[in-house]
Design a binder for this molecule. Structure first.
Ligand code: BDP
Length: 597
């Protein structure tokens, strides 16, 4: 799917602004006339923290957005498309009182062709119903009417049991981040000519000094001719080709390399009839070889963190300023990568990373597939998961910054090991079959009995989240390192590259202790110092992603004090002691050949 841009054939109208808003109930209403009063709300942004009112913060069910707009009559010969970059989690879109489209999944874009549905030159009413409910069919997974993820259910105590029955219906996430909802990303109307470029796919490769771009263009319409031109970063013509698909060779190509090397980008322009579209293209290769992941043929070392889209007031809403700041902080720290834990991020972030040379492990919203039951038999997210993978790859396939796909985070892999294997392997194969660049595929595994988990070891790159010294062997870093070493012996025998995609300790900024006590900044820094010593001894460990880049908001529970505090930075992006240690460490670790066999 192409990102909406303005070209000499395309217009983009941004519908961001203050919209009309009303909170609803569990069920979608039939008649919007029932809504008696609207109040202002900012779009794009989550609605939860825009008003300091409990029913906003802890809302359960549908919410309604309304926007009146008028399109100019000059669009009469154009194709007109309404595009939502992300509505969390389920959306029903109405135009002038009629359903125009529906979408499930809160982190990927969807488009509705409204050419025949809008009246130009007249006020149009756009109405968006948004459902924030999460359950066993959604991704991420929620547990409706169940015990809280971070709570204790104290089974059998009559008063507690009675209290549970008294509780109102609510969202109970099976994951550790706040269920921010609403129109979280941009809403735009864009136009194309009636014959238009529908999609572009590029596959870069390298042949000696030359760069190769295999491309294909999907079009709709009766035009015949397609011209593809490639320009260098100075705007000089590098190559030209004709036709729906083809191979472009760029002599003495400059490659896209991760920061601090140069992430060189070419501009690929496609002309089809009167339609024009242009795309940034980076020439680079990615492959797994033995226990290494190679970028441009060289063993790469991942330095960075798992992140969240999470900020004060906006919740999970688009925050471009914070994106720029976070990438800058990563660069200052000498980092080169992050994982889009635990859902696909806004497209602007990937564009920024293409430009800044930050490597992305691109994750689906499949988090929480576990929690007691056999999710592979008892949950119903299967078909949706396949749709999410298809749409994610379709959206992000051309980004040079995207180096690997993560099918999901911390599913149940140990107890129903064969069911898990069957489920995740069919998705692994799906992802490989869908990705034109055939990047490595993984699923991120939680702390489990790795000897029983038969799935993780079969992924292209093994990604493990480990909390030795925090959730287990708490406070005892000697024992934690000893235990981690035993597990690493196991992975060494598997002979594949391993990334520690999460490890960490909560530290409340400002809590200090002379001896490293849990929750202090000193304990957090000491934890990484000790664990990293273990990782440095192993050549097959090809990356370290502390959890988390910054403190983030999550839901109420007795395990969290004002959010998850495992950040290298606070939620306001102030450094903890850890940030200074990591900055020194990462600035002295090269991108390539950090570990040689
Ligand atoms: C991991 C999860 C992550 C949590 C983290 C934690 O992948 O989402 O936030 O634990 O507990 O298991 O801090």
């Amino acid at each position: 799917m192409l990102y909406p841009i303005m070209t000499d054939s395309r217009m983009v109208f941004d519908l961001s602004g203050i919209w009309d808003f009303a909170l609803g109930e569990e069920k979608l209403i039939d008649d919007f006339a029932e809504i008696k009063a609207y109040e202002p709300i900012a779009v794009p942004a989550s609605y939860n923290d825009q008003k300091d009112i409990n029913r906003f913060r802890n809302h359960y069910g549908w919410a309604y957005y309304r926007k009146i707009f008028t399109l100019p009559k000059i669009l009469k010969n154009e194709r007109i498309v309404l595009r939502f970059d992300a509505v969390t989690h389920t959306a029903v879109v109405y135009l002038n009182g009629k359903i125009a489209g529906e979408h499930k999944g809160g982190f990927l874009p969807f488009e509705i062709d409204i050419t025949d549905k809008v009246v130009l030159g007249e006020e149009q009413e756009l109405f968006v119903a948004v459902d924030n409910k999460i359950n066993h069919s959604t991704l991420p997974i929620g547990n409706e009417n169940s015990v809280a993820f971070f709570g204790s259910d104290n089974p059998g105590i009559p008063s507690v049991e009675a209290g549970k029955r008294y509780q109102s219906r609510r969202n109970i996430p099976n994951f550790d981040f706040f269920n921010f909802a609403g129109i979280n990303r941009s809403v735009r109307i864009f136009t194309t000519p009636k014959s238009y470029i529908d999609d572009i796919t590029v596959i870069p490769s390298v042949d000696g000094k030359n760069g190769i771009i295999d491309y294909s263009v999907d079009t709709v319409g009766s035009e015949e001719k397609i011209i593809v031109t490639v320009y260098d970063s100075q705007g000089e013509l590098s190559a030209i080709s004709n036709g729906k698909s083809g191979r472009i060779i760029i002599q003495n190509a400059r490659l896209w390399n991760p920061y601090p090397d140069i992430p060189y980008l070419y501009k690929l322009k496609v002309q089809y009839g009167s339609d024009n579209y242009s795309l940034d293209v980076g020439i680079r290769t990615v492959e797994v070889s033995g226990d290494k992941l190679l970028i441009n043929g060289k063993p790469f070392y991942f330095k960075g963190a798992g992140k969240h889209e999470d900020s004060y007031f906006c919740g999970r809403g688009l925050n471009l300023c914070l994106d720029v700041k976070d990438i800058n902080l990563l660069k200052l720290m000498g980092a080169n990568s992050f994982r889009t834990s635990h859902y696909p991020y806004a497209e602007e972030m990937y564009q920024l990373c293409d430009r800044e040379g930050i490597v992305i492990i691109d994750e689906t919203s499949a988090v929480g597939i576990g929690g007691g039951a056999n999710p592979y038999k008892e949950y119903s997210m299967h078909a949706h998961h396949r749709d999410v993978i298809r749409d994610l790859i379709n959206r992000d396939k051309n980004h040079p910054s995207v180096i690997m796909w993560s099918l999901g985070n911390e599913p149940e892999l140990e107890r129903f090991s064969q069911d898990a294997y069957d489920y995740w392997h069919s998705l692994y194969e799906l992802a490989h079959s869908l990705d034109p660049q055939n990047r490595p595929v993984t699923v991120v595994c939680c702390q489990n009995d790795y000897t029983k988990d038969i799935t993780t070891r079969t992924m292209d790159v093994i990604c493990i989240n480990r909390y030795y010294g925090w959730y287990n062997l708490s406070g005892d870093l000697d024992a934690a390192c000893y235990a981690l070493d035993i597990e690493l012996d196991f992975w060494q025998k598997i002979g594949k590259p391993v990334i520690i995609t999460e490890y960490g300790a909560d530290a409340v900024a400002g809590i200090h202790s002379n001896v490293p006590k849990m929750f202090s900044e000193e304990y957090q820094a000491e934890y990484f110092l000790r664990i990293n010593d273990c990782l440095d001894k192993r050549n097959f460990i090809i990356g370290e992603h502390p959890w988390n880049f910054a403190d983030f908001d999550t839901f109420d529970g007795c395990m969290r004090v004002g959010g998850n505090k495992k950040g290298i930075f606070t939620r306001a992006r102030e450094p903890k002691l850890l940030a200074h240690y990591l900055k020194k460490r990462w600035n002295s670790i090269p991108n390539f050949n950090y570990k040689n066999n």
